[in-house]
Design a binder for this molecule. Structure first.
Ligand SMILES: Cc1cc2nc3c(=O)[nH]c(=O)nc-3n(C[C@H](O)[C@H](O)[C@H](O)COP(=O)(O)O)c2cc1C
Ligand code: FES
Length: 641
């Protein structure tokens, strides 16, 4: 492997790589991100290698494993360039047909195309609605490069921003560019990266650290993992540029233990970057030295908090500490330490290459650039989406996400991870922007976006997130440890049908204490799910407390399943499917649910044929008398007792 000794040599080397690549040569790319891996992308890749060889096409067709494309639910994704033909849900048994039809006969395998809402089949990946409305400036290269091959990254201009920063700009000029771009932290708080870099740069001391936060503890979020897995060099390049500005010679990547592929690809990237001279001593012969260590986190949500993460890197338990002095000034081993999120670092090379003016032309007044979200929950198209700041929640959920499945009604969307807030339908036109989301009681967070339909209970949602936070609180400070636990106890009671008058006010009071007096942002933001659900769905809390009714029909203690005698056709389907044998009846006898035995699993409702529709979910109403008495069996279709 070459050790690149200057910016000019890097450019020459890039040209050499490109000269060896034929732009019109077919290239079969197979998504090998964790999602597609779970669908069996390795077998698909192996299958293509064999089939291409078997057909004597080895010299005529390239094959490449890539990082996550974002549309993981449709994996394994196979995209064939240069036409960008996209096949979804590819299985090993489809490979022979793809090779013979597409690679040999130049035709499309219709049955493997994405089918739009209108029933039309879409050939090109970028025309699938899920991708069409996105602006994938940070995440887009994932689908083009093999993360294990540095040459792929260089071919697309990789490390040219580093060369530009080292040879054409002073650290001050790079800092100015990042400040002008108003790049705000993508990991949660949205703090301007340039200002944080400047604080660490100006802090006294010669030893300074730069760190990548790849802890990503939010349930359902996997943007950082996919970026680190799929394009690790983009994160490293941003980190080296940051180190150059700050005057740091040692960096860390703090990555959670549960991300083995990200760690594997990162370590390969580091090794290759060292061999090429992008990391180590005298980088590209510029005289600048910088190296990076990978620290594997133990998987606690709180360890993603800056002071906790730095304590963990020092070798202690990853718990937060009071930040009378900010970590930017006194972090790892009390040295100035600059921490940024994976996505923040990966955005830096783009800003250096294309300029702050280009970057600020995307987004809103206060939030520039794009943001990657993990769009999950009750939405047709789930996956990773990168959108310009300012796109509305409605556009993300309906245009990209394809709306709510099964003809159900949209209820709310939760942004900002477990400490974020729930946003109702009336605010669907809110633009996604740090300040706008905060105004409506939620936050950007690191990019979790969970869509909920009419079957979701607002109180149960608050309970779910609080349960997560209660388990993840490190327990070091009393307001967080006790306050979250007490709020959770109240929410549990409400969902169990034991809510009392005054519970809502008590929740609000405790929330205020937890928010104002907790040690770190875990506690300070923990009340958000409770306060935002009370703010927008107070009537649901009241229904649970006063009427013992769960309007969404979800809280088990507040619902019952009931077979309407006049609709029951005694078909025995529910009776046979009930897992706890709570249903009695016979071939000619109307069925009855024994409420004492019923576990409220809902199987009967699912299996009752829609043409009968005999099973109803009741909440907050008295069970009809004959059924309560249990024994009254009504004859049907002339059946005899
Ligand atoms: C409990 C808790 C967990 C956090 N987890 C993460 C995380 O997993 N990833 C992340 O980038 N930031 C996380 N943060 C935010 C970090 O403390 C810090 O603000 C961020 O890494 C700074 O990078 P940024 O400015 O680029 O966003 C967390 C904060 C708290 C309070
Ligand atoms: S892992 Fe293949 S699309 Fe995400």
């Amino acid at each position: 492997m070459p050790r690149l000794s200057s910016a000019t040599y890097l450019e020459k080397f890039r040209k050499e790589i490109l000269d060896h690549r034929e732009p019109n040569k077919p290239c079969v790319t197979i998504c090998s991100g964790t999602g597609c891996h779970a669908y069996g992308s390795e077998e698909v890749f192996g299958g293509f290698v064999k089939e291409i060889q078997r057909n004597g096409l080895k010299e005529k067709v390239d094959i490449r494993r890539t990082g996550c494309h974002g549309f993981c639910e449709r994996g394994t994704l196979v995209v064939i360039f240069p036409e960008e033909i996209c096949y979804v849900g590819v299985k090993p048994e489809d490979i022979a047909e793809i090779v013979s039809t597409t690679l040999i006969e130049n035709k499309i395998v219709d049955r493997l195309l994405y089918v739009g809402d209108d029933g039309n089949k879409i050939v090109r990946e970028s025309e699938i609605p899920f991708y069409k409305y996105q602006s994938r400036i940070v995440f887009g290269n994932n689908r083009l490069i093999d993360p294990k091959r540095i040459d792929d990254y260089i071919a697309l201009g990789g490390y040219s921003a580093l060369a530009k920063a080292l040879f054409k700009m002073t650290p001050e000029q790079v800092l100015e560019e990042v400040k002008e771009a108003n790049l705000r932290g993508r990991g949660g708080g949205g703090f301007p990266a340039g200002i944080k870099w400047e604080t660490t740069r100006n802090a006294p001391g010669n030893t300074k650290y730069v760190i990548v936060n790849a802890d990503e503890g939010d349930p359902g979020a996997y943007m950082d993992r996919s970026l680190l897995e799929g394009n690790p060099h983009s994160v490293l390049e941003g980190l080296i540029i940051g180190a150059y500005v700050i005057g740091s010679h040692q960096g860390f990547v703090y990555v959670r233990q549960e991300y083995p592929l990200a760690v594997e690809n990162l370590n390969i990237a580091l090794e290759q970057a060292r061999e090429y001279g992008f990391i180590g001593t005298n980088i590209l012969c510029s005289g600048f030295d910088f190296d990076v260590k990978v620290h594997r986190g133990a998987g606690a949500f709180v360890s993603g908090e800056s002071s906790a993460l730095m304590t963990a890197i020092e070798g202690s338990v990853g718990e937060p500490r009071p930040k009378y002095i900010r970590t930017a000034v006194s972090g790892i081993w009390e040295r100035p330490s600059n921490l940024n999120n994976v996505e923040t670092w990966a955005t830096v090379p783009l800003i250096i290459n294309k300029g702050a003016d280009w970057f600020t032309s995307i987004g809103t007044e206060g939030s520039k650039g794009t943001k990657i979200f993990s769009l999950v929950g009750k939405v047709n198209n789930t996956g990773l989406v990168e959108v310009p700041m300012g796109m509305t929640l409605r556009e993300i959920i309906y245009d990209i996400g394809g709306g709510i499945p099964g003809g159900k009604k949209f209820k709310a969307v939760q942004t900002g991870g477990p400490s974020g807030g729930v946003i109702p339908e009336s605010l669907l036109d809110t633009p996604v922007d740090y300040d706008e989301l905060t105004k409506v009681g939620s936050m950007m967070g690191s990019g979790g976006m969970i869509v909920m339909d009419e079957d979701t209970c607002a109180v149960d949602v608050a309970r779910y997130f609080l349960n997560f936070l209660a388990e993840e609180s490190c327990g070091k400070c009393l307001p967080c440890r006790e306050g979250i636990y007490q709020m959770l106890k109240i929410l549990n009671r409400i969902c169990e049908g034991e809510g009392e008058e005054g519970d809502i006010e008590l929740l609000e009071e405790i929330a205020g204490v937890v928010r104002d007096f907790s040690l770190c942002a875990l506690g300070q933001t923990a009340p958000n799910p409770v306060l935002s659900t009370i703010r927008y769905f107070r009537d649901e809390y009241e229904a649970h407390i006063k009427e013992k009714r769960c309007p969404a029909g979800l809280c088990k203690a507040l619902i019952s399943y009931y077979i309407e005698p006049e609709k029951c056709e005694a078909c025995m389907i529910c009776l046979r499917n009930c897992p706890v044998e709570a249903i009695t009846g016979g071939k000619n006898l109307v069925h009855v649910i024994d409420q004492d035995k019923c576990t409220k699993c809902g199987t009967c409702l699912e299996v009752c044929p829609p043409r009968f529709g005999a099973i109803t979910k009741l909440s907050g109403v008295k069970m009809p008398e004959p059924v309560l008495q249990g024994a009254e069996v009504i004859r049907k279709r002339g059946g005899k007792r």
